[in-house]
Design a protein around this ligand. Structure first.
Ligand code: SF4
Ligand SMILES: [Zn+2]
Length: 124
């Protein structure tokens, strides 16, 4: 249980770091560290994480058969990951490696989710 919570916390931190790397290379950042657009994306990604139907047992989003992101957000995520992914290895090697290992987690088929899990993930 404790390990699973650590997993989600690590996912959240990986996302924050990746958006930070991308934003610092592409945008004028505000005093709190991110531009408005990247802050907005991070808020969206955080909400998706909170509503993830897989809960603590989630796969990486890149390997998810549900993919709950809206198409434009999904494209934004791809762009951020494409740029920040390779750079993570040098700047945050431990997070990069554990994220790579998380990529081997198997996601259950969406039909295995309960109706409640599916409905909850669609809100917002
Ligand atoms: S449903 Fe899939 S894409 Fe959405 S947060 Fe969960 S793992 Fe990521
Ligand atoms: Zn930005």
């Amino acid at each position: 249980m404790q390990t699973e919570k650590k997993h989600l916390a690590r996912e959240r931190l990986t996302m924050v770091r990746m958006v930070g790397i991308y934003c610092s290379a592409h945008h004028e950042r505000s005093v709190d560290g991110l531009c408005a657009s990247c802050r907005d994306f991070l808020d969206y990604a955080e909400l998706r994480l909170q509503k993830c139907p897989y809960g603590d047992d989630k796969p990486t989003c890149a390997n998810c058969p549900v993919h709950c992101y809206k198409p434009a957000r999904r494209e934004q995520a791809r762009e951020i990951m494409r740029y920040a992914g390779p750079r993570m290895l040098f700047r945050h090697p431990l997070l990069a490696i554990t994220h790579k290992l998380d990529g081997f987690r198997k996601a259950g088929h969406p039909r295995e989710l309960t109706r409640e899990q599916r409905m909850n993930s669609r809100k917002d």
